[in-house]
Design a binder for this molecule. Structure first.
Ligand code: PLP
Length: 370
């Protein structure tokens, strides 16, 4: 290629997309596979969402409402914030991207943890920013070291809370203390993609943190409809932040960044409180059940505040991943994250959970791990 690609772009490893299920099944000669690898909601969207989307299909020749008028107001009412404090994105991934686009210039610094959600570092690299990556300590964000990495060039800190892939959450007192120590020139983005699943006593008051930022860093909360609401395929997320920050992000977004189906689907999802609560209950029950059973098999499950959890399988995780794949059970090996003996498993339906456990028992014994 004659076109010059800058070093920051040329050295990026693309986000590993994963093959479509049909392809995997053909490749491995399996049928009826189950996917417990992407932290999705296994029960799908609420029937109310499906009905609303069906009736919206005939309007697809129109551009969507670029202001997302109804959705923003419904969200504001639900969350008790002002409409201007909400920034919608094509998935919360887009809000991450808008934050970096708006506030990080070439050579500016951003602090993240490793492992954590992969997109933060990639987006910073695309922008020509400098990533400072702080290893987790005992599977948790190392807030003390993160704080020590802040310099005059630091623009953003990303904290996924709970963390992906460990599922650990920051105790609120520690988070409050940390935020009060970070200077006003640094935005701290607290990524709450999985916060719905967290114990109530670990959840923090986003409302007061985005508003009362005198003398400390501004805080942005990132949320998504991809997890508990079961709308990952529609792509909708949002950020909660001070009005002036949101106004800056509005300047750098595309005019129609939220498609019409996402707007209609999310509105309907917000209107089905029972389905939301049901999903939470079923997820927590499934997580407790799976953890107990996995431990019974001789592995070690790690406590999680999300809809997924880590398992120490007592042997090479890649081999176990392949063995499970051959049985049509797709999980995530954590070896690329530096956890050689760990897999990450998303809570599935009861049927999927039982199938996973059965396959796991067989594979562990075939590989001689336990
Ligand atoms: C911690 C974390 N943040 C953000 C996202 C992105 O979510 P979305 O689908 O809203 O882009 C994910 C997706 O898995 C995630 O794990």
């Amino acid at each position: 290629m004659k076109i010059k690609v800058s070093d920051n772009i040329a050295t990026i490893t693309p986000y590993p997309p994963g093959k479509p299920l049909d392809e995997l099944e053909r490749e491995f000669g399996i049928v009826d596979s189950i996917k417990l690898a992407s932290n999705e909601n296994p029960w799908g969207p609420s029937p109310k969402v499906v009905r609303a989307l069906r009736s919206e299909l005939l309007n697809l020749h129109r551009y969507p409402d670029g202001s997302c008028y109804y959705l923003v107001r419904a969200l504001a009412e639900r969350l008790g914030v002002a409409a201007g404090e909400i920034m919608l994105g094509n998935g919360s991934s887009e809000v991450i991207e808008l934050l970096v686009k708006a506030f990080v210039q070439e050579g500016d610094e951003v602090i993240t943890s490793h492992p954590s959600f992969l997109m933060y570092q990639k987006i910073v690299q695309v922008r020509g920013g400098i990533n400072h990556v702080v290893p987790l300590q005992a599977m948790r964000h190392d807030l003390r070291t993160i704080k020590s990495k802040v310099t005059g060039k630091t623009r953003l800190i990303f904290l996924d809370n709970p963390n992906n892939p460990t599922g650990t959450a920051i105790p609120p007192v520690e988070l409050y203390r940390f935020l009060s120590d970070i200077p006003e020139s640094v935005i701290v983005a607290v990524d709450e993609a999985y916060a719905d699943f967290m114990d109530k006593n670990l959840q923090v008051d986003a409302f007061s943190l985005i508003r009362n930022a005198k003398g400390r860093c501004p805080v942005v909360f990132l949320r998504t409809f991809s997890k508990v609401y079961g709308l990952a395929g529609l792509r909708l997320g949002y950020g909660l932040m001070a009005i002036d920050l949101a106004a800056t992000l509005q300047k750098v977004r595309q005019p129609f960044n939220i498609n019409q189906m996402a707007q209609v689907g999310a509105l309907a999802a917000l209107g089905d409180e029972e389905y939301y609560q049901n999903t939470l209950d079923r997820t927590v029950r499934g997580r407790d059940f799976l953890s107990r059973e996995v431990d019974e098999l001789g592995c070690q499950s790690y406590p999680s505040q999300t809809n997924f959890f880590l398992i120490d399988v007592r042997g090479n995780a890649d081999k176990l991943y392949h063995a499970l794949l051959c049985k049509g059970v797709i999980v995530r090996s954590m070896s690329a994250y530096g956890f050689e003996n760990f897999i990450r498993v998303t809570v599935g339906t009861d049927e999927e959970n039982n199938r996973f456990l059965k396959s796991l028992a067989v594979c562990l014994s075939e590989l001689g791990y336990v």
